[in-house]
Design a binder for this molecule. Sequence first.
Ligand code: FES
Length: 570
Amino acid sequence: MKNKLRSQGWFGRTGKDGFIYRAWMKNQGFPDHEFRGKPVIGICNTWSELTPCNAHFRELAESVKRGISEAGGFPVEFPVMSLGETLIKPTAMLYRNLASMDVEESIRANPIDGVVLLCGCDKTTPSLVMGACSVDIPTLVVSGGPMLTGNYKGHDISTSDVWRFNDAVRAGEMTQDELTVAEACMCRSRGHCAVMGTASTMACMVESLGISLPENAAIPAADSRRKVLAQMSGQRIVEMVNEDVRLSAILTREAFENAIIVNAAIGGSTNFIIHLLAIAGRIGVPLSLQDFDTFSAKIPLIANLQPSGKYFMEDLYYAGGLPAVMKALDHSLHGNRPTVNGKTLKENYQSAECYNRQVIATMDQPFSPFSGVAIVKGNLCENGAVIKPSAASPHLMKHTGKAVVFENIEEYKNRIDSPDLEIDETSVLVLKNVGPIGYPGMPEVGNMAIPKKLLAKGIHDMVRISDGRMSGTGFGTVLVHASPEAATGGNFAVVKTGDVIRLDVASRSLILEVSDEDLQQRKKNWKPLHKKYDRGYVSLYQQHVEQAHVGADMDYLRGGSGSEVTRDSH
Ligand code: FES
């Protein structure tokens, strides 16, 4: 063992203090030898019946515990705030930073030498990783795994079909009863969304960063091998404590570049950007929005997964999993980066095989040359906006049209299907005040539904721009994360219906064809429209949240405070 265990600062004490630390733990039936110098491993659990994607985590935690005990550690499970994407209002993103604080303070304040993070539904991964980075003790991530692929009327379905079903109901092509049947067909097993949505993207992110064991990303939640991975992770975290392998040793700049490259190849969610930026900020690695464009620019789409492609996470696992994807990317990756299992990234993927070229392509014959994300800039969003080319319509990647502006989400909902709305397929939908401060919390409303009257004409995609986010399961020619957001009073705040907007993804530009003089004049008359909260966490959030282009973390949470407990009253 390289260092003295920090848990011995509690359990290794003599006298009254040690008595108190050990005695109350013993009320759970732990024998005395558990406290005599074993590595204490926290299992940070986001189990909640209100987070359905993580509802199997008590069972998963048991597998982790088995591995910890086998390796000579002392497992202690603890709960943290769980963020269920489907139920939390107004948006789980509002609470990502709050949950990260819970994780950080829970780890630091307790006698924990190493920690296993049980992550699943979208925000549960970044919030746990962010919090752990700010403490920087040995840490290993176990993801909950994707659901089995859904099946409706003989067709494979998953979360991306929600948007299609919604359009079909609105267009009168599907009945409400059929929609109810489809609900059960889609979510038929434990686990998180089965497409390359944000949860799967996050699971791939931790594997490509090197902070989970290989295969973590794709093993289905219902597959018994998920429990095996959890048990092996429990074993390994004890060794990591003995070797003092901390997050900062693994999360280097090159590890972040690897994650961006892998995310491009798999057509990962745009939410990846905002979360990876926040994680980099916590561990102290410089990373910019431009890096996401730079490092994904030459990477084609080689994973044929919804919403960019055809297949599901279950198919990815059977085709060879993320290691097979990374093997195809070998020449682009920094293969020599260390990972949590003590091997390099390349050592982990070099023996991987692809079993299905319909799911994982080669770099020479990719599914699409368009992948990753493009960062567009211009006077409409000086700090940039994000588009996912693999999910967009090629004919709209260069487009000029007149803006149809909605000042907030309520106005959008009230007017979008109005027969009086002046709009055609060349129009550009603009939605304001759904950014970090403006909503607040930056909800996933960027892939606005197409107006009914255009759906009736067979139009299924339009250019859409907002300062909000887009679900990782969404698709379309959707520009999100416009920064600075409307609530801060920049140019995005004063764009009006009828203004001409020019998008050219190839040249990375998004131009509002309004003169600087006119924009300045409009800004003089601008008044914020968003609600300002004056108490509680939401007030704190609005005062301190940073803009999307730097990760929307709180300004005071950047960096870390280490694992030292600064005051010790005993
Ligand atoms: Fe939890 Fe999609 S709703 S991962």
